[in-house]
Design a protein around this ligand. Structure first.
Ligand SMILES: [Mg+2]
Length: 437
């Protein structure tokens, strides 16, 4: 893209200079200081936040389109939604054997039902299914009797009732956005202003194992049609380097490899390992060091030959704001269970746009229901360029009806129906623990 054209991004981390709107800067940090200094000063936030279609504005528009005063919430059902994995999955933080999620179904007087799912992930958010199930049940009563289309107000009430707990909130956020789409008769990606960014395709993540097994898995996923390899790392340098060397030898020179350390290294180990991995042409590394050390993360980013993606470090838009202002990462990884749902995911994309950063969408252990909601967001936002939508491919059972469809070469096709366009099979739900408020 020629200098001077708006919308230039930090596409080449290893490039000597970065260009944005006709000016050249030596680093993203310098760019932020000079062009988005307001970011660092903590002012001027409203300018770009106003560009985001926030739920309050959407709700008013849907109300106008539907000619309705609103949708009154009559009851809320909360389910423990459990699905076993095909085989154990290991990352640097631990091993899991099942998706232990929570589903909420918000009923309204108009007959419409909004569905939302979240995926607690104890290693990352400190939450379990039981904790989130109980909390979702306790919070449900603040919603009953209220207008479901006033999404911003409902989310603010949930925040007041239970500060934090982004995982639980994401289930309600998804269900409210689902209702918004259903009331408007529009698929969520249309409602969010998308158009044309429909070419979604997921990777398939390789779990930590021996280099031989990881290389075999890489060959298998290429044989299945996937076009890139994302793999877990975050162990001792020698083990990680042996694994990536084996994978690179197995897949050949042209297949992109992305790695995710899940906070497994300290700063010296991260720099040593990333330096050693650079020869295998790694596209980027997610979350190299323990979450919470943003100065350390910035140091790693400034000295790493491989671009850095913040994942566990960026739960919501407030984290994204700090990381962008510090220049502590090249990319954000957006997950709905971390952000608290779609509203905050949109706010993260606004910050990414303001800081000329790009994003990935990623998952915990969601079924295709929450993955479909995430795919709608990805289809609506051009700053999202990487798609890690694979959790449902690890599940031994698929309880979702409708929703995204996996196709050739990891392609992901969105449903045409209004809202998220997915629900959980009622026969499957009858086997699950449930409470109605
Ligand atoms: Mg990650």
């Amino acid at each position: 893209m020629p200098a001077g054209e708006r919308g230039e991004v930090w596409a080449d981390r290893r490039g000597a200079a970065k260009i944005h709107s006709g000016r050249t800067y030596a680093s993203q940090r310098e760019f932020l200081r000079n062009t988005a200094g307001a970011l660092c000063a903590g002012v001027g936030f409203t300018g770009f936040a106003a560009a985001v279609p926030l739920p309050g504005l959407l709700g008013n528009e849907v109300r106008r389109m539907a000619g309705t005063k609103g949708l009154k919430i009559t009851k809320v059902e909360v389910y423990a939604l459990s699905v076993p994995l095909k085989e154990p999955f290991t990352i640097s933080l631990g091993t899991m054997t099942a998706a232990e999620n929570v589903l909420v179904r918000i009923h309204t007087d108009g007959g419409l039902v909004g569905v939302g799912e979240c995926s607690p992930f104890i290693f990352i958010d400190g939450q379990t299914q039981k904790m989130v199930f109980n909390l979702a049940r306790d919070v449900a009563k603040v919603l009953v009797g209220k207008d479901a289309l006033a999404v911003d107000a409902r989310l603010a009430e949930i925040e007041r009732a239970a500060p934090g707990n982004s995982t639980m909130k994401s289930a309600y956020d998804l269900a409210l956005f689902d209702l918004l789409g259903k009331a408007a008769g529009l698929p969520l990606w249309v409602l969010l202003g998308g158009g044309g960014q429909q070419d979604l395709h997921t990777d398939l993540t390789i779990s930590i194992n021996t280099p031989e097994v990881m290389a075999r898995k890489a060959r298998e996923l290429l044989a299945q049609g996937f076009t890139k390899v994302k793999t877990k790392v975050g162990r001792a340098t020698e083990l990680d380097v042996a694994a990536i060397r084996a994978i690179r030898e197995a897949v050949g020179p042209s297949v992109p490899i992305q790695v995710d350390a899940n906070q497994g290294w300290d700063v010296p180990t991260a720099l040593r390992t990333l330096e050693a991995l650079a020869q295998y042409d790694v596209m980027y590394c997610e979350e190299p060091i323990r979450r919470g050390d943003l100065d350390g993360l910035r140091y790693v980013r400034e000295h790493s030959p491989i671009p850095i993606m913040a994942d566990e470090s960026v739960f919501d838009h407030k984290d994204a704001f700090r990381i962008a202002a510090l220049g502590a990462a090249d990319y954000f990884n957006i997950k709905l269970s971390k952000s608290g749902g779609i509203a905050n995911a949109l706010r993260i994309t606004a910050i990414a746009d303001a800081a000329a950063m790009k994003c990935q969408v990623g998952c915990m252990q969601e079924t295709r229901l929450a993955l479909t909601a995430l795919a709608h967001v990805a289809a609506a936002k051009s700053c999202i360029i990487f798609y890690d939508l694979d959790s449902a491919l690890f599940h031994a059972e698929d309880p979702v009806v409708g929703g995204l469809v996996y196709g050739e070469r990891g392609s992901v096709k969105l449903p045409d129906g209004p809202g998220i366009g997915a629900d959980v099979d009622p026969a499957f739900l009858r086997r699950m623990e449930k409470v109605t408020v």
